[in-house]
Design a protein around this ligand. Structure first.
Ligand code: PHE
Length: 447
């Protein structure tokens, strides 16, 4: 089946759009806050460079050489045991599963876009009550916004790589960069900035425990969209003669840059207005709206722009989460784009409603298993388990299964002198780091 390819810049924007998501603007600042700042940021940056960079090139390579959906690519590129390796493509399901909780969270950002146009909460207590009511009681509002997310994402992916995904990124990525850049410039002029800088870049090693270490590594994968066949699926539509190394570097630089800018900006605002950085998941939905209120009229403009940026970041990632499975249905089962998009969309839509119910006061008990709600289980199983496992499978595939000459002929020239280092990393550093993370997560190994 002939797929319309990305343009060169379209690919960079789409891959960066996938990488830059709720993970950068919502999650990164609050996990940095919870884990004590500097030392955590340091581990995250090292992981991005040493593991993220290596794996991103590997994932792009599988897509670029295979030119098809993830299952077919593993099958095509495995010199032997094709039937076994095609299961390497299993990770294309992970994105759909992630959407089960990712879509409701984008829904929350929609709600806050509208809220910032009316009344902002005048204190952290009120903000906290507002957010908790939304999440635990206001099922109707959540389902309403969740439905909007479903309709929006499904419409975009129905139009395909070029007419849908590339176009969306052409519009939303500049919105995101300009908004976050503008707020950052303002943050630079505030006295809280130096405190924020200190918090993020002066490591206090005592605060770095093993849990923080694993969180940092896990987050590096999540934020770069690795291990889920997203980058792989997008790379299957790269134009011919693309430079995978350069593309990886740009995507990683944009993703990391935006996370750091978001962190610095939010912490500056929090310090400036007397809030603390260690606010947890409620940081952008509770502390920040209260800070925006304190800023007066400017705060409304900032609040609106910020939540539009957050929603944009979420939406460009969302389309990349569903695309791998759609591509799979189209390539392997001959589904039309429309049918594939609708069935994938309905899947995350319906289970997303269960996720919403599972964190509500009224129905939570019916949809909780053990210590976690359905919402938290899906988050844990996908982001913490499936993604490192997906990354591990890819590193083993590229490091040990694919033909060496094929890899070298593609990457040796692009990587130049660091090619041997990259090859060493994909064979040893990445798999070992991932095994450690996985064992730690399932509780077999305590660091
Ligand atoms: N990278 C996205 C974020 O930071 C999430 C994502 C993960 C998107 C995996 C696609 C694939 O929010």
């Amino acid at each position: 089946m002939k797929i319309a390819r990305f343009s060169r810049i379209g690919f960079i924007l789409a891959a960066a759009g996938s990488a830059v998501g709720l993970g950068n603007i919502w999650k990164f600042p609050y996990i940095t806050g919870e884990n004590g700042g500097g030392a955590f940021v340091f581990v995250y940056l090292i992981t991005v460079l040493m593991i993220g960079f290596t794996l991103m090139i590997a994932e792009m390579l599988i897509g670029y050489l295979g030119r098809s959906d993830s299952v077919s690519n593993f099958e095509k590129l495995a010199p032997r045991n094709k039937n076994l390796w095609k299961y390497g493509g299993f990770m294309s399901v992970a994105g759909l599963l992630i959407m089960i909780f990712y879509a409701p969270v984008i829904g929350w950002t929609f709600h806050f876009v509208f809220l910032s146009l009316s009344t902002l909460p005048s204190s952290v207590e009120i903000a906290s009550e507002h957010f908790n009511t939304l999440v635990s009681m206001d099922i109707t509002t959540q389902i309403f916004y969740h439905t909007l997310v479903f309709v929006f994402v499904t419409t975009v992916v129905t139009k395909g790589i070029k007419g849908g995904i590339e176009k969306l990124n052409f519009v939303l990525m500049p919105v995101l960069v300009v908004t976050m850049g503008g707020m950052f410039l303002y943050a630079l002029s505030l006295s809280g900035f130096s405190k924020a800088w200190e918090f993020m870049f002066y490591p206090d090693w005592d605060k770095l425990n093993s849990a923080a270490l694993v969180t940092a590594v896990g987050h590096a994968f999540f934020t770069l969209s690795l291990g889920m066949a997203t980058i792989l699926t997008y790379s299957a539509s790269l134009p011919k003669d693309s430079n995978l190394v350069r593309s990886s570097l740009i995507v990683i630089a944009l993703d990391t840059g935006i996370a750091l800018v978001a962190g610095l900006t939010l912490f500056t605002f929090l310090y400036e207005y007397g809030a603390t950085p260690s606010a947890g998941p409620g940081l952008v939905f509770i502390s920040l709206p209260a800070v925006f209120y304190d800023m007066g009229a400017l705060g409304h403009i900032f609040a609106f722009s910020f939540f539009v940026a957050l929603a944009s970041a979420g939406l460009t990632s969302a389309v990349s989460l569903v695309e791998p499975f759609i591509q799979y249905l189209v390539d392997r089962f001959g589904f039309s784009r429309l049918k594939a998009s609708l069935s994938s969309g309905l899947f995350f839509y319906l289970f997303g409603i269960i996720a919403i119910l599972s964190i509500s006061k009224e129905y939570g008990a019916y949809f909780s298993f053990g210590s976690k709600s359905f919402f938290d289980w899906i988050d844990f199983i996908t982001a913490s388990v499936m993604l490192p496992v997906g990354g591990l499978v890819m590193s083993i595939f590229v490091g040990y299964v694919m033909e060496k000459e094929r890899i070298a002929s593609q990457l040796q020239r692009q990587l130049g002198r660091i090619y041997p280092l990259w090859y060493f990393s994909i064979r040893y550093i990445v798999p070992i780091a991932l095994v450690v993370v996985i064992l730690n997560l399932i509780g077999v190994l305590t660091l």
